[in-house]
Design a protein around this ligand. Structure first.
Ligand code: ATP
Ligand code: MG
Length: 513
């Protein structure tokens, strides 16, 4: 069952409904579907065979979605490229996937020469943008205009659909293989987690090349609803677009949500169309969530926990974000296992732990990746007996609600005590002069690892070690309080808006064994 079936259904059922909105351009499902079928025809004319990998390097746009569906319609496997990657990283991924054709949008044409010069087997470059095409390069728009639509290749559920790279937060990104079947599961599970009665207009702000963004797009395709595309995250533009397009659904990572609600013009826009907000992908500061809930009282908030390897594992529904949920602490949970998923918290040997104890979260369901591309050892470590080992530390309460405590790699073991960096970050973020922070382990002769905080003060905010330490001491145990502080203007963020802690840790650990 190919993902393209979702599009076919929308074309038949609601041909005149708006499929995509990108700046001033609107396309109905009829037009979008026609372009997808023509794009597939172009790819086949260029020699793409079923199962071949096709790369896509571009920012969020309607053309990105056409390329995605066009590749699937032609029977290919999409390899979306992270737009933040260097040429060397792009080439690594293209070579890794043996990508025959690379679709490049207007923003990345300047990268093409470098890519072709260093790739082992330079891919065929096709320009997918609407701007002028470089000399000698194929233009998809011209070929689509002159070409003919072809029939859907109708791939099977077990056929590969895409190779998505992980966020690269903890190490070099890994290619995660999903089939049409696992993607259908991911889309349906998300739809079940956040039902959308009535018409939905979703604004895609999170990058489509990550699971968060593409997974949200799948929901919209399955439901046959409208996609509004934002090139990247700009808080003002997001506010403006919500007002202009009467957006109903938004998925944001916590750093984006914070930027949105603290924007000086937040109150100047009519956000009354907004019905549902899904947040997740990294820990959220309690103060950010409280403020968001207060500022958007009519919006249903859902917390989603997931990863590239499985889409979603747990979700915390809107009812847990109300007054009661906030009082009981449930609003801070990542919620229960998503529809069709089972989760457990286990020890190092894979044994399930009693409720309340912290261990590794593992998940199983029809949404799990098939494996990491070309990485059998990593695949064997992550997928064991049908369960995916997430690498995330969590505890579960008696009601099955999961609380993510930290990535196991980010946990700090100081003097034999486990310190969860996310907990300390939450406490520091409550200080009124703190804009953002990250807590990491640094080497310490006495404690093995010591808690170290990297703090970004608010503009004009007055902060020093003593004040922050006193603040932490008043809220958490002494062994959890940072032994040292460092002040910076900003934190290194990945394309998904996550703090890249390994970049903060590296200088401290350089030279350590
Ligand atoms: P890499 O695997 O390359 O280091 P990554 O793990 O950041 O990168 P993703 O698959 O995009 O790549 O992210 C999944 C991870 O993000 C999860 O394993 C978890 O650590 C974190 N995460 C996702 N959702 C949440 C959430 N709701 N709360 C806390 N952490 C989350
Ligand atoms: Mg990961």
């Amino acid at each position: 069952m190919s993902m393209t079936l979702a599009l076919q259904r929308a074309i038949q059922a609601t041909p005149e409904r708006t499929a995509t909105v990108f700046h001033q351009r609107r396309q109905s499902f009829r037009t979008f579907g026609d372009r997808v079928a023509r794009t597939a025809g172009v790819l086949q004319t260029l020699g793409m065979q079923p199962g071949d990998r096709v790369g896509l390097l571009g920012v969020n746009s309607d053309r990105w979605l056409e390329a995605l569906m066009g590749v699937w319609w032609a029977g290919g496997v999409l390899n979306p490229v992270n737009t933040r990657w260097s040429v060397a990283e792009i080439v690594y991924s293209l070579d890794d996937c043996d990508t025959g054709i690379l679709l490049v949008d207007d923003h990345f044409l300047h990268r093409v020469e470098g890519i072709c010069a260093s790739a082992k087997r330079p891919p065929r470059i096709v320009h997918v943008g609407d701007g002028p095409t470089s000399e000698g390069m194929l233009s998809l728009q011209a070929l689509v205009a002159g070409g003919a639509p072809v029939d859907d290749a109708s791939r099977a559920a077990s056929d590969l659909a895409c190779i998505l790279y992980t966020g690269g937060t903890t190490g070099f990104p890994k290619g995660v293989v999903h089939s049409h079947g696992t993607l259908w599961s991911i889309g349906i599970q998300r739809l079940a987690q956040t039902p959308m009665p009535g018409d939905s207009i979703a604004l895609h702000v999170a990058p489509l090349f990550h699971m968060g963004g593409i997974g949200r797009a799948l929901v919209q395709f399955i439901a046959g609803q409208t996609h509004v595309l934002a090139t990247g995250f700009d808080a003002r533009e997001v506010l403006q677009t919500i007002e202009r397009e009467r957006v109903t659904d938004l998925l944001l990572v916590p750093t984006m949500l914070q930027a949105l609600i603290t924007h000086p013009e937040f109150d100047c826009f009519d956000l009354s169309s907004l019905k549902r907000m899904v947040y997740g992908a990294s820990p959220i500061g309690e103060s950010v969530l409280e403020r968001a809930l207060a500022l958007l009282p009519d919006v249903e908030f859902t917390h989603s926990y997931g990863m590239t390897e499985l889409g979603n594992a747990t979700s915390n529904p809107p009812q847990n974000h109300g007054v009661q949920g906030r009082a009981s602490g449930l609003s801070r949970s990542a919620g229960r296992a998503t529809f069709g998923v089972a989760v457990k918290v286990v020890d190092e040997t894979g044994q399930e732990l009693p409720r309340g104890e912290v261990g590794e979260l593992i998940a199983c369901g029809p949404n799990l990746m098939l494996g990491y591309w070309n990485k059998p050892a990593e695949t064997a470590r992550a997928l064991r007996n049908g369960w995916l080992y997430t690498g995330d530390g969590a505890r579960m309460d008696a009601g099955g609600n999961v609380f993510i405590v930290d990535r196991l790699k980010d946990m700090i073991v100081s003097g034999g005590e486990n310190v969860y960096s996310a907990e300390v970050e939450n406490v520091i973020a409550r200080h009124p002069a703190v804009q953002a922070c990250a807590v990491i382990a640094v080497p310490d002769a006495r404690w093995g690892e010591a808690v170290h905080a990297v703090v970004v003060p608010k503009p004009g905010g007055q902060l020093d070690d003593a004040a922050l330490l006193a603040h932490c001491r008043s809220l958490i145990a002494g062994y959890k309080c940072p032994k040292s502080f460092e002040f910076r203007a900003e934190l290194p963020l990945s394309a998904a808006g996550k703090v890249v802690k390994r970049a903060l840790r590296e200088p401290h650990w350089a030279g350590q064994s």
